[in-house]
Design a protein around this ligand. Structure first.
Ligand code: 4NP
Length: 155
């Protein structure tokens, strides 16, 4: 069983989008044995639904974010998940600081799977609605790259 955790700052824009997009596309691709979740490095939006702009932009592409609720990443996540995907370098740094020494989780930037080594999913929170479409474009590409990678043995 592969368990994938997507992590951003607030867990209301990028990582819930990644959770829903990846779950949907993995199912459509027939990839089984996968569990998916998302969390934020920050604590402002614990228990909150995703940003309405993220819900709307995703809905236009047939992804449903409406049932997701914000939570903060914990040390236990490093034992519970096989892969932890950071949306940007700030989140990656926060996760590296939190990671226990014996964590086995593979921690990396999500867009490494989009073939854009080192690139980040930009934070759309303080921008316009177009930022949410751009986030979806990046996340769809990276999700398909991750699905391809997970099909390989020993991924
Ligand atoms: P996210 O976006 O990390 O993609 O969920 C943000 C949401 C909220 C805040 C920052 C980024 N905030 O400062 O409250």
């Amino acid at each position: 069983m592969q368990r994938i955790l997507f992590v951003c700052l607030g867990n209301i824009c990028r990582s819930p989008t990644a959770e829903a997009v990846f779950r949907t596309r993995a199912r459509q691709a027939g990839l089984g044995g996968i569990e998916v979740d998302s969390a934020g490095t920050g604590d402002w939006h614990i228990g909150a639904p995703p940003d309405p702009r993220a819900i709307m932009a995703a809905k236009a592409r047939q992804y449903d974010l409406s049932d997701l609720r914000g939570r903060q990443v914990t040390v236990a996540d490093f034992y519970a998940f096989s892969h932890i995907m950071a949306m940007d370098r700030q989140n990656l740094t926060a996760l590296q600081a939190l990671a226990p020494a014996d964590s086995k989780a593979q921690l990396q930037l999500f867009l490494d799977y989009a073939g854009t080594n080192g690139a980040e999913v930009p934070d759309p929170y303080f921008g316009g609605t177009g930022g949410f479409d751009h986030v979806l474009d990046l996340i769809e590409t990276a999700s398909d790259g991750l699905i391809t990678a997970l099909r390989q043995p020993n991924s």
